[in-house]
Design a protein around this ligand. Structure first.
Ligand code: ADP
Length: 501
């Protein structure tokens, strides 16, 4: 452990001191049946800080059985909506109570800033539980008039729809926002009355396991939430191919999303996929260059660029291009790097050596393809998986670094002369998760919004997320939506009822 451990909250210290963490199946904290484990690494220090179970398919089977069983138990299956609401509210209160601990675990496990994690990841997560708690008491069907023209005219009917929990949910989440992603999956599933098997990413499972303890404290019956740890190949694939899973909710890469989507269809599991992106930002000529630089820098460098909706390519009108890029470079160079526990640091390490290598290989590719490196472009000369905030300029946006998701602090700036051309180029992507427009020209902005092929369009901001706003992608960025009422709907089946009177 590092010297900084002594500054940690006492609950964080106690949790980390266990080192040999366990997973949650049917209300019990257990090891994998074959005792296999995965090491947990602190990416800021490159040190091993503990281990988590590597769940085998038999462990996954047990977790799914517990979730299936919990569905039909009276203490969950017949729980009144208001009781479900109150339990979700209780959980949100417990998350708020332990916000600092969760944020510190996130900082140590993922590398992100603890201060930002407390405000953003934990703040949005608990807010989302409160938002979804409200929906638990507002699930409704419709009454419908039916015609049945083939039956005698005197026949009468009563017809209505009822919404029912979809059943056992398998939730698989990535390492970039470990706690928040767990909340995005758990809150609507629980509000709907489902039961869940959650698999956090193998790199960052600690905050989900801590959340598992709070779920027990909030009083959720055993088996309603199960948390299995392990990698994608063994644990994840056993979970998504399990025939008793009724819905899969996944956030992660497009490549894995495609595999999971296919597995879902084998069992006709309902599926929500929130996948990759290469989100464009369009800075129009009227935009204040200072605001554009500040906003677009935050859009790419937030969370070390490890954000699916990161603004990773920026189209800037040629008349202000040099001014904005110069300022972007100044801002990038002024970002202090450091551990997530260092209050003066604004950018932490990437999550792992693998991710560091991946991002550095893209930077190398950018150089080879002839993009002009404005700043950064290398690993920081220090311990930990730090990459310097990097900006490339390129006239040509068909190069790999302007097309593929890098998932690191690498921005490609591209000048444009004509707005329609900028929109066409912004849309010329296999992804369609998010986009942002930077301008105060209202008619121009309103004309552009419908033209952008993206699940979210932000104006004069980026990464502005809210519990009530659906989030998800067009094209290869995914299927379905997280957050908002649309997310709740995706955890409910619709049953049509027709009675002959
Ligand atoms: P990244 O490339 O950012 O690590 P992935 O899409 O590989 O993102 O991983 C996201 C989540 O998907 C992780 O929890 C990972 O363990 C899981 N995963 C990876 N491969 C599979 C798979 N074949 N089946 C199920 N889950 C998987």
């Amino acid at each position: 452990m590092t010297q900084r451990t002594s500054n940690l909250d006492s609950k964080t210290q106690a949790f980390l001191a266990r080192q040999t963490h366990r997973m949650l199946i049917g209300g019990d904290w257990v090891d994998a049946l074959d005792d296999k484990r995965i090491q947990v690494e602190n990416p800021a220090e490159e040190t091993i800080i503990g281990s988590i179970p590597s769940a085998h398919s038999d462990d996954v089977h047990k977790a799914v059985s517990c979730a299936k069983n919990a569905l039909s138990q009276d203490d969950w299956g017949r729980m009144r909506p208001s009781a479900r609401q109150n339990m979700l509210l209780k959980l949100a209160d417990l998350i708020e109570r332990d916000a600092r601990t969760i944020a510190e675990l996130e900082a140590i496990d993922n590398g992100k800033s603890a201060a930002v994690a407390q405000a953003v990841d934990v703040g949005l997560g608990l807010e989302f539980f409160r938002y979804m708690a409200g929906w638990a008491t507002k699930i409704e069907g419709s009454t419908l008039d039916v015609s049945m023209p083939f039956l005698p005219p005197e026949a009468e009917f009563s017809a209505y729809t009822r919404r029912e929990p979809v059943g056992v949910v398998a939730a698989i989440i990535p390492w970039n926002f470990p706690f928040l992603m767990a909340c995005w999956k758990l809150a609507p599933a629980l509000a709907a009355g489902c039961t869940i098997v959650l698999k956090p990413a193998e790199q960052t499972s600690l905050s989900a396991l801590y959340l598992g303890e709070l779920i027990g404290e909030a009083g959720f019956p055993d088996g309603v939430v199960n948390i299995v740890t392990g990698d994608g190949q063994t644990t994840g694939s056993a979970l998504v191919s399990h025939p008793d899973v009724n819905k899969i909710s996944f956030t992660g890469s497009t490549e894995v999303g495609q595999i999971i989507g296919r597995a879902a269809m084998d069992n006709m599991a309902r599926v929500t996929l929130e996948l990759g992106g290469k989100s464009p930002m369009i800075v129009l000529a009227d935009c204040d260059p200072e605001k554009a630089a500040q906003g677009t820098a935050a859009a790419i460098f937030f969370n070390q660029g490890q954000t699916c909706s990161a603004g990773s390519r920026v189209y800037i009108h040629r008349s202000i291009f040099d001014t904005v890029v110069d300022r972007l470079a100044e801002l990038a160079e002024a970002i202090p790097l450091g551990s997530g526990l260092d209050p003066d640091a604004q950018m932490g390490p990437l999550v792992s050596q693998i991710q560091l290598d991946r991002v550095c290989s893209y930077i190398e590719k950018g150089r080879q393809e002839g993009a002009r490196l404005v700043t950064g472009g290398e690993r920081a000369d220090r311990k930990g998986y730090y990459v310097k905030p990097t900006i490339f300029v390129s006239e040509d946006d068909s190069i790999v670094i302007a097309k593929e998701e890098i998932f690191g602090p690498v921005l490609v700036a591209i000048p444009f002369d004509n707005v329609d051309d900028a929109v066409d180029r912004a849309n010329d992507s296999r992804y369609g998760l998010a986009a942002s427009i930077w301008s105060n020209d209202l008619s121009q902005v309103q004309t552009l919004i419908p033209k952008l092929k993206a699940g979210t369009v932000w104006v004069n901001g980026h990464n502005m997320l809210d519990a009530n706003m659906p989030f998800g992608g067009y094209k290869l960025s995914g299927v379905g939506r997280d957050m908002g009422k649309q997310s709740l709907d995706s955890y409910l089946e619709t049953k049509a009822v027709v009675m002959a009177l």
